[in-house]
Structures are given as structure tokens and as C-alpha cells.
Design a protein around this ligand. Structure first.
Ligand SMILES: [Zn+2]
Length: 451
């Protein structure tokens, strides 16, 4: 099939992709039973299984993993044992919608605004699942490689279900190339693969100072305030310029790949006028090469409903991003030590490590990487670039450890405008179409160079 024919087929498949993405986004597959019923994730898993079964993965099925989430796995045999094997990865769980009032469209209703499709998971990662399906449908019967599939159900929770599953089922998922489709291009129309990822450490730190709440008028001034202590501790994690300051962690590394233009970054992130970007390095240094700490949540009374009382006990959930070249174990130890040392007034501090993942660097000199570069060039008419990503995909390290020979390529439809993890997530349908074309061209061509 020619490239032109393939492009036409994908164009014709896009109304179906939209209808199915709408169906899929309507499933509230947040993998946290405290927020959404587990039946939603189950329904999403079944949806994925059925779609891929229809696309030739006749043995597609659900496999339970250690954290209770279910991964969809399956395989689709190619023309023969000589053909290389490609593992397709994605995840069907999504981030919670967060502040629903901040959404301009209903989070679980795929809605078109200005040519983009809005909805939680529209890009991350349900858009990538539609990309896979559209590429496979365009190829039809002529898929010249062996395909394997794994779509996990708890990626956004960081609870590591699939990470534990892979080593125990190494043969089931073994492949020559793994397409981890949970990242995106440099911008709409500017194709890229991601070659560097930061690792992370998630910590819940708890501060206790009093037996219970006391009146802030009668006792405030001398009574030790747990919330004030926590705020003081958190404030030590940044300097005036916003650099992350954790004692013992280097924060001076420099990114050597393609830069992230600051003006584009401001736009992509939606920085308000007059507000500065953080840090003394370039944008790419700050988000791809250096550690970064973010306060994800604090337990304290919300404004409405709060009383004139001193908070006796509080906790913060903290996220530390760890760049390539830094060990997450050392980073965690330094982080916890820093927090303890920063605690004022002898308040009681305890910390629980929720999750930890190592950073990742992809190799970029294999046949799959070259085939992908060619496929993206032809799909977009512009050369593929390489990006870093500040986020973590701990699974990359698991794949790299279990399949040291495999080429790992990180790609997808999650370009910066998608606002993944934030309210008003969206996907550019043109990215689904072009990336599906790139994926289809890759699968066609890799068959001849992959062995
Ligand atoms: Zn994702």
C-alpha cells in the first residue's frame, strides 16, 4: 500500500476514531476507588480488549496485576517467525478531572472547540489508543510484523501494577521494539520522539505539634502550629528564583538536546502576563535536566468551613522529579533528610514514600529508531526531533531491564497544548491522524529492517 493510500484510509477512518474516542472518554476510568467506582476501569479495560480483538488481537484478555488493576494483553501474529515483534503500549486509566469548575466543557464528554477535542484522557492516553487502532485499521490485513499489546490500568496512580507484572511475564510481552505511546510531539505538526525522562519520588510528609485543635485567639502566638511548621519546611525547597533546593542534590545540570523555546513554553503552560518562569537555567535545563519539587496536596481546612483554630496535625504530598544521571534512592534519602532538618520547633515529622521511579535515557542508533524517523518525516513532511520529558514513566526502566536488547521508542499524541493532567485536556485530531500514519508506515517498513 502506498503512503498516499494509507493517508486516505486514515482520513476516512477519522470520524470513527472520533466517535470511539467520545465513547471511551465517557468512561471515567480514574484508577482510584476512593474517587470513582472500580467498575469504570473495568469497563475501560473491556472496551480496549474488544477493540483490539476486533483489530486482530484474537486472544486479547484482561490480566490482573499486583495493585489490583487489570492490564489488557494480547498478540497478533505476523507473516512468520522471521518477522520482528513490536509491542504496543498505552494506558486506559486517566487522571481525575481535578477542579471541575475550571473545565470549560464537561470533562467526560468529548467536545470539539476550535478544532480540538476536549475531555479527560482525550490525549493522555486514550488518544494514543485511538492512534494505535487507527494505524492498525489502515494497515488492515497487511501487517508485516508480529504485534503484541499491553494497555495498563493504573499508570496515573504510580502504584506499579504493570511494572511488577512485566518481569513475571517476560515471554508474554517480549519484543524487538517497544512503542511506548504516552508522550507527544514538540508541537502540533512537529514530530518528535522522547529520549530522556526524569524519574520521581513521591513522599507524604506528616507534621504533628498538638493533641488537637485549640482556639487561635486564646492560644495562638505560643502554641506550636503544625501548618505553619509545614509551610516553613516547604518554603526551604526553593530559592528566590524558584530553583529547587534540596541539600545534597545537584541542580546545575544542562540539557544538550533540542531546546524548549521559552516563549513557546509560556504559551504551552499558560503563564500569566508578568509572571516569571522559574529557575536560573534554560527551560529545557529546568524541566528535563534538573530536579524539581512540587507540592501536590496539603491536608488543611479549606477556606470555607475553617475555624479560628490552630491546626494540630497536617500532611503534604510532595513530588520530586529526578533527572537522568541521578539515583532516585539517593534523591529520596537527601529529600527526606532535608525535610527533617528543615522542621522547626521540634515538631514531630514522619514521612512515607509512596512511589519511586528511576530516570530513563533511550538509545537512538537502532533500526527501529531510524525507521521511525523516516516514517515521521514522511507523515509530517518535516524531520523528527528528540525531546526530553520532565515526567516519569517508571515502566521504561522495567522494559529496559527485562528486555535489554529491545529498542524503546516514546511517542504519541500528547503535544504540549494537550494540557494533560490539567483541566481542559484536549487532543488535536490532526495529531491522531498523522501519528497513526507514522505508526502505520513504521510498522510496514520496520519489517524489512528490524531483523
Ligand atoms: Zn499517560
Amino acid at each position: 500500500m502506498s503512503e498516499m493510500e494509507m493517508r486516505d484510509r486514515i482520513t476516512a477512518l477519522m470520524p470513527r476514531a472520533r466517535a470511539e474516542l467520545a465513547e471511551f472518554v465517557a468512561i471515567r476510568s480514574v484508577a482510584d476507588p476512593r474517587q470513582f467506582p472500580p467498575e469504570e476501569c473495568e469497563a475501560a479495560a473491556v472496551w480496549v480488549r474488544d477493540k483490539f480483538a476486533e483489530a486482530g488481537f484474537s486472544d486479547a484478555r484482561l490480566e490482573e496485576t499486583a495493585d489490583g488493576s487489570k492490564a489488557v494483553v494480547g498478540h497478533r501474529p505476523g507473516p512468520g517467525t522471521d518477522a520482528p515483534t513490536v509491542l504496543l503500549y498505552a494506558h486506559y486509566d486517566v487522571q481525575p478531572p481535578l477542579n471541575e469548575a475550571a473545565w470549560r466543557t464537561p470533562p467526560f464528554e468529548l467536545t470539539e472547540v476550535g478544532g480540538r477535542w476536549y475531555g479527560r484522557g482525550a490525549a493522555d492516553c486514550k488518544g494514543n489508543i485511538l492512534m494505535h487502532l487507527t494505524a492498525l485499521r489502515a494497515l488492515g490485513e497487511s501487517v508485516p510484523v508480529n504485534l503484541k499489546l499491553v494497555v495498563e490500568g493504573s499508570e496515573e496512580q504510580g502504584t506499579g501494577g504493570l511494572e511488577a507484572f512485566v518481569p513475571d511475564h517476560a515471554d508474554l510481552l517480549r519484543a524487538d521494539t517497544i512503542l511506548i505511546c504516552d508522550t507527544g510531539n514538540a508541537a502540533v505538526g512537529r514530530p518528535a520522539v522522547t529520549v530522556s525522562l526524569r524519574g520521581m519520588v513521591n513522599v507524604v510528609v506528616t507534621v504533628e505539634a498538638l493533641e488537637s485543635e485549640v482556639h487561635s485567639g486564646m492560644f495562638g502566638g505560643a502554641a506550636p502550629d503544625a501548618l505553619a511548621a509545614l509551610i516553613a519546611m516547604l518554603a526551604t525547597l526553593r530559592d528566590d528564583r524558584g530553583n529547587t533546593m534540596v541539600k545534597g542534590l545537584d541542580n546545575s545540570q544542562v540539557w544538550t538536546g533540542d531546546p524548549y523555546p521559552p516563549e513557546q513554553f509560556r504559551q504551552d503552560v499558560g503563564v500569566l502576563g508578568g509572571v516569571s518562569l522559574l529557575g536560573s537555567g534554560s527551560v529545557s535545563d529546568m524541566i528535563w535536566a534538573r530536579p524539581a519539587v512540587t507540592v501536590l496536596g496539603i491536608d488543611c481546612p479549606p477556606v470555607v468551613g475553617s475555624a479560628a483554630a490552630i491546626v494540630p496535625r497536617t500532611a503534604a504530598r510532595l513530588n520530586l522529579r529526578v533527572p537522568p544521571g541521578m539515583s532516585p534512592d539517593q534523591a529520596r534519602a537527601a529529600f527526606l533528610e532535608h525535610l527533617r532538618a528543615a522542621a522547626p520547633w521540634g515538631v514531630r515529622v514522619s514521612a512515607e514514600v509512596e512511589a519511586e521511579g528511576a530516570p530513563f535515557l533511550a538509545s537512538v542508533d537502532g533500526p527501529a529508531y531510524r525507521a521511525m524517523a523516516g516514517a515521521m518525516l514522511d507523515a509530517y513532511g518535516t524531520p523528527m526531533t528528540t525531546l526530553g520529558q520532565g515526567g516519569s514513566i517508571p515502566l521504561c526502566n522495567v522494559f529496559a531491564g527485562v528486555y535489554p536488547e529491545a529498542e524503546i521508542i516514546l511517542m504519541g499524541v500528547e503535544e504540549p497544548l494537550t494540557l494533560m493532567h490539567a483541566p481542559n485536556e484536549s487532543v488535536d485530531p490532526g495529531e491522531i491522524a498523522n501519528m497513526a500514519l507514522a505508526e502505520a508506515l513504521f510498522l510496514q517498513r520496520y519489517a524489512t529492517v528490524g531483523r
